[in-house]
Design a protein around this ligand. Structure first.
Ligand SMILES: CC(C)(COP(=O)(O)OP(=O)(O)OC[C@H]1O[C@@H](n2cnc3c(N)ncnc32)[C@H](O)[C@@H]1OP(=O)(O)O)[C@@H](O)C(=O)NCCC(=O)NCCS
Length: 156
């Protein structure tokens, strides 16, 4: 059985090494993850699995921000990762489902927000995963990941 709860500082020893392990092909994200975690308006949730007590197996971080183009409030997923030993068991999908529900429950201006994210062009697993979750590539982002990969913008 799995459940999702809001993360707190005691989850750092889980979130930081998982981020390092998951995002190192794209750059050094430790400081960014820590800074985003502490930024008001950014939300971090962890997924726990019941296995002789609760074990953290994944996290998602997102923020509500203003779209540069049309000024509307959008929900931006900044990071999602699942521990290697728990991948391909539906944990990532559960975290995305949670965010979609959060969006339904916290509408900006009375309607759910656009949900968007960036994924490295080379991250085939991430792209397949987000596509399976209903996201579509809408553009190439006008920036590169620190390690040089192109970034694709995806929206739901
Ligand atoms: C991307 C990630 C979060 C997916 O988490 P997960 O818990 O393994 O995903 P799920 O089990 O919910 O998978 C849902 C669907 O995504 C697709 N998918 C997931 N992993 C895949 C893989 N390795 N290869 C191909 N498709 C994959 C499949 O369609 C899968 O459905 P299926 O298992 O019924 O075929 C996980 O692989 C991860 O942490 N990757 C490293 C971090 C990362 O790249 N994050 C995204 C950029 S921020």
């Amino acid at each position: 059985m799995t459940s999702v709860r809001e993360a707190d500082l005691t989850d750092f020893p889980f979130i930081l090494p998982l981020s390092r392990d998951s995002f190192s092909p794209y750059g050094h994200y430790d400081l960014s993850i820590a800074r985003w975690f502490l930024t008001p308006g950014t939300y971090t949730f962890v997924c726990e699995k019941e296995a002789n007590g609760k074990v953290c197996c994944g996290f998602i971080m997102f923020a509500l921000m203003r779209d540069e183009q049309d000024g509307e409030t959008v929900l931006e997923i900044m990071a999602i990762a699942v521990s290697k030993e728990y991948r391909r068991q539906g944990i990532g999908s559960e975290l995305i489902k949670f965010v979609k529900q959060f969006n339904e429950d916290s509408p900006a201006g009375g309607k759910p927000m656009k949900i968007r994210l960036s994924v490295a062009e080379t991250n085939q697993v991430g792209r397949s995963f987000f596509e399976k979750c209903g996201f579509r590539v809408v553009a190439e982002a006008p920036w590169l990941y620190p390690a040089g990969q192109k970034a694709l913008r995806m929206e739901f």
